[in-house]
Design a protein around this ligand. Structure first.
Ligand code: ADP
Ligand code: ADP
Length: 226
């Protein structure tokens, strides 16, 4: 189980661009939070601070009440899925999924069990020996999801995971991700600039603009109000 608290978080990059202003949010266990807003509004930066891939300039991040600001990314119980898939081209699907566990010294038999379980859920068992270049876009995105699932992490972060897919596949993968969330139950933060994704996937939506939170609410509260 995982709760997150973001308290007065600000991000100023080295070039003095302030990307995030006074971000405050409490996330309950198993929520599916969607950050939505136009390009450049600070969604990715916020996600990357939660993952530990960017320093927090000021403010505090807690996961399960523990302060995380100075915890290394690899020591956070977080799995992340990127827009670009970021698969290793020279590794098989199996090894792409196993890699994050190998670097964490998970025993081999355990890795094998987790990779095969995830492959079954995502229906990519037949492709485990292939290299990423021999897969379609949708299959690659499944591998990227698989790589995150095998971590058994309490927190799932997804940064525009569907934006490289064509419209039809995007709709199909949307419901796959919702099913996955119901099954895995990890607390999830999902970044998108697509309102339909936000509306159909979120338990709560955080609308961002120019580095600020503009609105927080359920899809109903955000999109059905005049
Ligand atoms: P979004 O994910 O909503 O598109 P980002 O978080 O990527 O927004 O960017 C927010 C702002 O921070 C933008 O003005 C962007 O140009 C700036 N920014 C993002 N990454 C960096 C960086 N590494 N260095 C400097 N500025 C950055
Ligand atoms: P984790 O689950 O710990 O994020 P990954 O396998 O995704 O494990 O990544 C481990 C490290 O390798 C991270 O630092 C990540 O940024 C980096 N990485 C991931 N994909 C690639 C890639 N295609 N090429 C180079 N480095 C990568």
């Amino acid at each position: 189980m995982a709760t997150l608290q973001l308290k007065n978080i600000n991000k100023i990059y080295d070039n003095n661009v302030q990307a995030v202003f006074d971000f405050n949010l409490e996330i309950k266990d198993k929520e599916f939070i969607v950050f939505v807003g136009p390009s450049g509004c600070g969604k990715s930066t916020t996600l990357r601070m939660i993952a530990g891939l960017e320093d927090i300039t000021s403010g505090e991040l807690f996961i399960n009440e523990a302060k995380m600001n100075d915890v290394l990314p690899k020591d956070r119980d977080i799995a992340m899925v990127f827009q670009s898939y970021a698969l290793y081209p020279h590794l098989s699907v199996y090894d792409n999924m196993a890699f994050g566990l190998q670097i964490r010294k998970v025993p081999k038999a355990e890795i094998d069990a987790r990779v095969r379980d995830a492959a079954k859920i995502l229906e990519i068992t037949d492709y485990l020996d292939r290299k990423p270049k021999a897969l379609s876009g949708g299959q690659r995105q499944r591998v990227a999801l698989g790589r995150a699932i095998v971590r058994n992490a309490e927190v799932f972060l997804m940064d525009e995971p569907l934006s490289n897919l064509d419209a039809k596949l995007r709709v199909a993968m949307r419901s796959e991700i919702i099913k996955l969330h119901e099954r895995v139950g990890a607390t999830t933060i999902y970044v998108t600039h697509d309102q339909t994704e936000a509306m159909t996937m979120a338990t709560r939506i955080v609308v961002m603009k120019d580095g600020y939170i503009q609105q927080i609410g359920t899809p109903k509260e955000i999109y059905n109000n005049p």
